[in-house]
Structures are given as C-alpha cells and as structure tokens.
Design a protein around this ligand. Sequence first.
Ligand code: 5GP
Ligand code: ZN
Length: 133
Amino acid sequence: MDCIFCKILSKQIPNYTVYEDDHTLAFLDIFPCVKGHTVVIPKVHAETLFDVSDSDLSALTVGVKRSMEKIQTVLQPNGFTVGWNHGSAGGQAVPHIHVHIFPRWDKDGGGSMHSIIKKTGEIDVAALAKQFI
Ligand code: 5GP
Ligand code: ZN
C-alpha cells in the first residue's frame, strides 16, 4: 500500500512517537503548526471517518484522549484544538485518517475552529434545517 502513514506503521518511515497502543499510533507532525502538533492514526488503513469501523473509531478516540493526556503532562499547554481534515475539500492531504492535536497556549496567536471558514449572514439556518427533517 502506497500510503505514507501505513509506511510509518510498518516502520519503513521513522516517527517520533507520542503514544501507542494496540489500535492507534500518535506521533509528532513533521511540519508542526505549533509545538507538540501531533497526529493520531488508526493502525488499520482507512481514508476517511466514513471508512472506519465503529470499534476502530472508539479505539481512535481513546488514543486521542491518551495522547492529549501525555501532551498535557509533557508540555502543559493551556488548552487544545483537535480535529481532522476530511476529504480534499476539507484540507486532507494524506489519505489515511488522522486526528490533529494542536496544543494551545494563552495568546499564542492562533484562532478557534470558527476561524477556518466563516459564512456569517449568507446562510438561512431555518430553511436549511428543513433538509434535516
Ligand atoms: P492533512 O493535511 O492530511 O490533514 O495532514 C497531514 C499531516 O501529515 C501534515 O500536517 C503533514 O505535516 C504530516 N505529515 C506528512 N508526511 C509526514 C511524515 O512523513 N511524517 C510525519 N511525522 N508527518 C507527516
Ligand atoms: Zn494508510
């Protein structure tokens, strides 16, 4: 499989491990956006969240929590921003699902999730809600 994260799992490519268990591996991002930027991956190849089984997703969520606890202990950030880029339109470059963990510090200059995209005033929420009934 020509997947860079599968190559990290098979140790063809080295990594700086933050946390590992039977189902997940968390390692430092090689091009960090912030000190301690970590990616957490399932040990089974899956492109997006839709391709992950519920049991693997449960394990991945635990891996994210354990990784955050480790980062909290080592770096003592004031908070975290956590999420994943889903699909190319969502900014996903590596087609093996991975959760980004950004440790955050007070006044670190970064924004919240809301700073990724903002279409305030263009969206009729009440009309949109009818599509979900
Ligand atoms: P994406 O844009 O797909 O959500 O994020 C992919 C992330 O993987 C990027 O932040 C990028 O820096 C990181 N990355 C890509 N290749 C490697 C690698 O070989 N090693 C590590 N540690 N991180 C990588
Ligand atoms: Zn993979």
